[in-house]
Ligand binder design. Sequence first.
Ligand code: ADP
Ligand code: MG
Length: 741
Amino acid sequence: MVLELNTPVMYVKGIGPRLAELLKAKGIDTVEDLLYYLPFRYEDRLNARTIAELKAGEMASVIAEVRTAMLFRTKRMPIFEVTFGQGRSTLKGVWFHGTYLKDKFKPGQLVALYGKVDKSTRGRGGLQVIQPQYEILAEPQEAGSGTEDTEKEADRKVEESLEIGRIVPIYESAANQKLTSRWFRNAIYRALQNLSNEILDGVPRAIAERVSLIDRREAFEKVHFPPAGESFADLQSARTPAHFRLIFEELFFLEVGLELKRKKLRARQGISFKLDQPVRAAIKKFLPFHPTTAQKRVLKEIADDMLHPAPMRRLLQGDVGSGKTIVALQAAVIAIENGYQAALMAPTEILATQHYLAARRMLEPCGYRVVLLTGSLDQDRKRQIRRHIAQGNAQLVIGTHALIEEKVEFAKIGLVVVDEQHRFGVMQRFKLMKKGAAEPDVLVMTATPIPRTLALTLYGDLDTSTLDELPPGRTPITTRRVTDERAEEVWAFVRKQIKAGHQAYVVYPVIEAAEDESEWPGMEADPTKKGRSKMGLKAAVAMYDELRKKIFPDLRIGLLHGKLDSEEKEAIMRRFQRGELDLLVSTTVIEVGVDVANANIMVVEHAERFGLAQMHQLRGRIGRGAAKSYCILMTDATAKVSEEAERRLDEMVRTQNGFEIAELDLELRGPGEFFGTRQAGMPELRVANLLRDRKILEIAKREASAVVAGGDSAITQQEMSAVMEHLKKHWQRRYGLVEVG
Ligand code: ADP
Ligand code: MG
């Protein structure tokens, strides 16, 4: 039968309902899904190497015959060894713990191997490949024998031609190895054979021409079965015209969808705030200092949005300490001066409280009424505050999740500021908005510098402002890496800074020694590492005792961690803020937003255990005042620091630029992890890779904005409806994103 893209995959020859069920688990329902299952690499079997010409140290792909196969046991493990041959040359394949391969290999089979060639460690030298990837291309009885079943024979010929003498696509196997790379190759080949010649292509012709897209069907064919002469390097790096076509298309529709969301929003009725002379005076009056040029620029961007009748959806990103809070308060004053209320939502009680104290300090002298609403307040107090909010007495409402959870009704909400929004998950931020009658403006603030590629996808429906300048009078932070063998020196240095009147943070990865035990049930406690967890981690609670009793008995030390209730946390933070504590032992709870300008030194123990963005956030707690600041990243001398951890630590020492750090973090962790998985709203892309395909993303974005803005006469009405049709079908399912209008 002729297959269409939306034909269920079970109708592809050789698949059927049972295998279709297995494919479903991989997210493959239709022929189109199957075609989007792209090879993750290619093997050059066109120029397959002879064993005789292999050299130790190179990656090679070889086609050879199985001569002998055997399993033998060493003291340490069972090893499976296969001797492959080509004429008189032989090559060993070695699999550690290879018992499972016992019945796989038989003499006479033809096998394709891919792996790193090494000098053989056993026997008479020669070459070997350790744990090679392999594919059995033909069974011994098949090879060359005349056969009774001609249809089978024909199938075999086709298969053979897919395996040998060409550039071969290699797929990730699925369903527990049941669906092998070879299986996918055949299934996809058959799907392409029977695929209709007229498949839908939603990209308008004018755009396809402008960015030089090849035909969609041709792209599917070539990406799976590259034509002879295709550049092997381009294939491996996904840079062939076929790859470009598929990647562009995916990103193009993603960006069109995001642009449409923005457009739809711009058409909605929001509030037009006024910014006349008295209001202008009001937003300057309460400031204790002169705003930086960056703060002025960003405030203007925000104010322009606020004056505009469409609801604002703006992302304000700025490195830790760049002064976002002040800008947010200025925006709040604009709303309040216009007779509206403003809300500021923070991710933790500590931060909400800190914002509240700062806001009161600045705004109350000018007569503004500020309230705080958090979950830990008692019921009476909450009820009272809710009433102030509902009656409009409270002009600026600062709070935590409680603002969403506690059925808060605003009298007249005009502006919502969400701090550190990724902590909330993207969807939650919209809940708050429904509370008011007129649609309020929304400003999202984040101290995680967001690499542009992510900003264009994850936040593609928001406008962005960036604070790229730190307030004056800051000296750069000196960052050093030491192992904890030098802890004594470090503590002496900390003491010296404290004696000079400063304060210090000491940060640990876990709260209590017992914390990580459950994850490592088999692990024995090491009695030489007292006060450490079973994984050998120094924990905040135990180290707090150690520091307090042995190392700094003469200093005032506090302990802050996530298991304290919020009153205790606040009490400790307040004491540290007032300078009643010299040193704060803490976990990462201090990571976001905590602001104590007199603290100029931070020691991070087990720095090898922290993520890059996390360390950067932590370090942002110091360097906030005029005094020189020091960040000491102390690693565990008894632990082996992984290569990736080395890179993180080096980067921390090298730069303080949050955007550079974010780029590397993204590279090390991948977009999915960057914000802690997709719950943060990352679209699921199947061909594009945001790191690799930055340039294509920019092109796609440009073309998408042009299409949505309209006015390109080369794009017909019909083509426009095709674009919309495509989006309607794919938006939710493909990108996992919510409705488009
Ligand atoms: P962020 O929220 O971006 O991390 P904050 O708004 O908390 O940064 O500001 C960090 C510190 O810098 C605060 O102590 C704040 O009072 C101070 N600050 C902000 N803007 C300025 C400025 N223009 N001049 C001097 N100090 C500033
Ligand atoms: Mg802040």
